[in-house]
Design a protein around this ligand. Sequence first.
Ligand code: NIG
Ligand code: FE
Length: 415
Amino acid sequence: MSKRLLIKNVNEIVTCSGFKQKKGKEMSDLHIINDGAILIEDGIIKKVGNNEAVLKEIDTSEIDIIDAKDRCVLPGFIDPHTHFVFGGYRAEEYGWRLRGVNYMEIMNRGGGIVNSTNSTKEATLEELIEAGMKRLDSMVSFGVTTVEGKSGYGLDLDTEIKQLEAMKKLNETHPLDISTTFLGAHAVPKEYKGRENEFIDYIIEKVLPEVAKRNLAEFCDIFCEDNVFSIEQSRKLLSKAKEFGLKPKLHADEIVPLGGAELSAELEAISADHLLQASDEGIKLMAKNNVVATLLPGTAFSLKEKYARARDIIDAGCAVALATDMNPGSCFTESIPLIIALATLYMNMTTEETINALTINAAAALDKADKIGSIDVGKKADLVIHEFPSYNYIPYHIGVSTVEKVIKNGNIIYS
Ligand code: NIG
Ligand code: FE
């Protein structure tokens, strides 16, 4: 007997319908069903449509029912860029930044990513899993049903593998789905300062093959930035990663306009992320080659940087996704309501664009728009019931979670 769940009398179902990324103007459409119902069978969406029509078609004996009167239902949010597995914290750096020391200065002084690398090396696998579990629980409370997580606080074989193993274990034990990304080239370790090419060769020869052999990551990412890794080094690593079957992603054009957006198009990357300084030409090329622009307003906010040009990027025909960038340095938050507030108020995105950016386009940024990110028949039943009758209340209740119930694979995991 299959397990069935019916969500009925929904005031507004925001389906975000679609099986691939929404580009440019397509991001304005949420494909709403008023007075609707959703039938879930064995964790998969079986029917979605008008309430009366769905109810008429089904046998309601032996079925769990949720009455969602005066509520809206959205796809679960997807957070497609985080660094949520790490040891230690860097609270003192926040204070330094308030006193005017900038992020790159902190990094050049041996703080920043390298600081987290030391504490991640010291942490045991179990400690990383325990801390990761708490952060995932926090994400669920904001309506997140799938999250991407990066390594990159190891910068050596054992610690990179330990971080990825922690995510593998969390994926098996926590209800959230985790997409993993190998970010071995996240910073230059002290012992490789001035020998960046040698470090990239070490990552390519020693770490990447092991990550691929153990099937520990779906994507490969790099911090492509002035004073970190160059365009040539990024091209070299990501091309090699592709040969190993890892799909490319980039931290691109965050602090200076280096040409990361252009490189992401050349490599046909799944996404290029940050993009605060991306050039017009780079943006155009990304649109042409279907690279998702994953924007991270929480980081710009936390580092007091200017925001990415979301309006220009959407108007150029790109698919924009949004993510928290949750990490111990530049943006220590799991808060989706914060991201929504920043995107709507400071990046001039409409509410509709913001919601598509956190659902179907976030799924596309994980190469999973065929399985998650919208309320369509055949997709995973990853849904959130919000406490208000319409999606318009979500940004309006500034900085506060409107989540009432989270349904993952057809099971209520938060209420
Ligand atoms: O996306 N820019 C590089 N990586 C992270 C920051 C990681 C950290 O500071 O620990 C980011 O902002
Ligand atoms: Fe990041």
